[in-house]
Design a binder for this molecule. Structure first.
Ligand SMILES: Cc1cc2nc3c(=O)[nH]c(=O)nc-3n(C[C@H](O)[C@H](O)[C@H](O)COP(=O)(O)OP(=O)(O)OC[C@H]3O[C@@H](n4cnc5c(N)ncnc54)[C@H](O)[C@@H]3O)c2cc1C
Length: 512
């Protein structure tokens, strides 16, 4: 039996007492030592917690769990939900703007522990899982599954990855014609459904407890054709028949913290997740062969509204780091007094402030959600989704313009600074403005890991794509505006303006 299901059975929440069962960092690491099939460079990894491709990223996640218990951060990060479960504030549904704001602050407090450089910390999928607590009925006839998964998820603060996207092949065909690759039901048993197929890209998955499988708005399944593909389910990472095929590891290729301070501890490996005749027990389904529900899950479950609050807050923290890095880099280069360079820094500050302001609006001006809960406003979430993808390329571009070649004036590695022959030369020729060579090199290697290494390149691709392709995120915004009445309001204003005048001049006596 899966470790997840076992631990749930021994920890049934009591009605009267608070269930205080959040994982510690050590307990989290222990959950990763199971039969998960993770493959990297042709080998199956025995234990991700000690493998050089994963061990420090795993510890970065463990540090988040420890912060839930630390007396200095526990109250900012956790709350007791309406079921009597102590959990991370974003792992529970919010019932007021004040609760959503507190959840935003808890997200930010976690994000600061990774400087915003881990996009898929456990609170990302809490954007969805918390909605199961407020709206289990949406998943009828599987509402009991929704309730049970909410309780398990919230009480442990489980770490889930998610896979919504089908592999990039035959995009010109409907989904149900690509059964050789895309995930679908193969057959049913008493215990559950057997599924086969692949999904991309399971970010962070090797270090998670379970995967969440569904689809986003880029594909529309066809009624009467795509029932076998119309699935939403959760599968523990040790599900027999599943395999994770990782991309190259930036953590493993990082030479030292001094050279790769981000890659060496925040690399969330993106993997292709393959289901090969895997049994998914009925208890783990939320949607089964229901095309309408599978198509509507993404905009209607509340996930869309909430993930943009999490993603936007995490990005705001990351932009805080970038703003500080740029300001220090400019000072060290001695260019910070120049007007053009100051204007560039002003742009970066405005982007970080825009992100913070939008997260405040998402939390403080919510819309009604199911069961008396509140959700971040859909229009704001759709706008955040677009501006977030634009922010990173702009900031990176500015940094490359105004820092020039400085991020590469850093010597090859710590060995150069430790060499008695080279050190006097480095101390003299690599010094910064009012800064030692060692301090200067240390800063610019951090900047390079944020904007220039392979880890940084993947981060740019992540920020630009993770929320959907660059066209879909805009097309969705149009559709939401039509549905919510925002588009009607805009068109009404045009009508009013047009009605002010005609061929004969003004149509009222305000103007002469
Ligand atoms: C670093 C990284 C991490 C990621 N992590 C995750 C994750 O954890 N979970 C997850 O589910 N996904 C993840 N993704 C995938 C991500 O969600 C997708 O890359 C994104 O949604 C874009 O989809 P796509 O790659 O299939 O591109 P496409 O949808 O193929 O888009 C590429 C271009 O092709 C066009 N196009 C494609 N199909 C059509 C069509 N039928 N008609 C017209 N135009 C079309 C698009 O409009 C766009 O211009 C990750 C991606 C990255 C880069």
């Amino acid at each position: 039996m899966s470790r997840l299901q076992y631990s749930f059975r021994v920890n049934v929440p009591q009605k009267t007492a608070v269930l205080d069962d959040l994982m510690s960092g050590r307990e989290y690491l222990e959950t990763l030592r199971d039969d998960r099939a993770v493959y990297l460079y042709g080998e199956r990894i025995q234990d991700v917690t000690v493998h050089p491709a994963f061990r420090n990223s795993a510890r970065s996640i463990a540090r988040l769990y420890d912060a839930l218990h630390n007396p200095r951060s526990r109250d900012v990060m956790t709350t007791v939900d309406r079921f009597g479960i102590r959990t991370h504030r974003f792992f529970a549904p919010s019932y007021s703007a004040a609760e959503l704001l507190a959840a935003r602050d808890a997200i930010a407090a976690w994000a600061r522990l990774t400087y915003g450089f881990m996009g898929r910390t456990p609170d990302y999928k809490a954007a969805f899982m918390a909605t199961l607590g407020a709206n289990p009925e949406f998943y009828s006839p599987f509402e009991e599954n929704a309730r049970r998964w909410y309780r398990l998820f919230a009480s442990k603060a489980l770490y889930l990855n998610h896979v919504l996207i089908n592999p990039p092949v035959d995009r010109m065909k409907p989904v149900h014609e690509i059964a050789d690759v895309f995930l679908h039901v193969v057959r049913e048993t008493d215990a559950g459904a057997i599924v086969s197929g692949a999904k991309m890209l399971a970010t962070g998955s090797a270090l998670t407890n379970a995967t969440f499988v569904a689809q986003n708005s880029a594909t529309t399944l066809q009624q009467g054709e795509a029932e076998d593909f119309a699935l939403v389910f959760i599968a523990p990472m040790d599900t027999p028949g599943t395999k994770l095929l990782c991309r190259p590891s930036y953590e493993q290729s990082a030479r030292s913290p001094f050279e790769h301070p981000l890659s060496s501890r925040f690399d969330e490996n993106d993997a292709v997740l393959i289901f090969d005749e895997a049994l998914i027990p009925w208890e783990n389904f939320l949607v089964y062969r229901n095309v309408e529900r599978a198509n509507s899950f993404f905009p209607e479950s509340g996930f869309f509204n909430r993930y943009n609050l999490q993603g936007g807050t995490r990005l705001a923290v990351k932009l805080d780091l970038m703003t500080g890095l740029l300001a220090r880099g400019l000072a060290i280069n001695g260019t910070d007094g120049f007007r053009g360079v100051q204007a560039a820094l002003g742009d970066v500050i405005a982007w970080r402030t825009l992100m913070w302001a939008m997260t405040t609006a998402l939390a403080a001006d919510p819309q009604p959600g199911p069961g008396g809960s509140v959700l971040p406003r859909l229009e704001y979430a759709a706008a955040m989704r677009i501006f977030a993808t634009s922010a990173w390329p702009v900031v990176k571009n500015i940094m490359e313009n105004v820092l020039g070649g400085a991020p590469l004036v850093t010597a090859s590695g710590p060995e150069d600074l430790q060499s008695p022959d080279l050190r006097p030369l480095i101390d003299r020729y690599y010094r910064g403005t009012n800064t030692s060579a060692e301090e200067r090199i240390k800063l610019f290697k951090l900047i390079w890991d944020a904007i220039g290494t392979e880890f940084a390149g993947r981060h740019e691709l992540y920020e630009r794509n993770y929320a959907g392709n660059h066209e879909q995120i805009r097309v969705d915004t149009v559709n939401f505006a039509k549905r919510s009445g925002v588009m009607d309001e805009c068109l009404k204003l045009v009508e009013e303006c047009l009605a002010d005048y005609d061929l004969d001049g003004w149509r009222n006596d305000t103007w002469l």
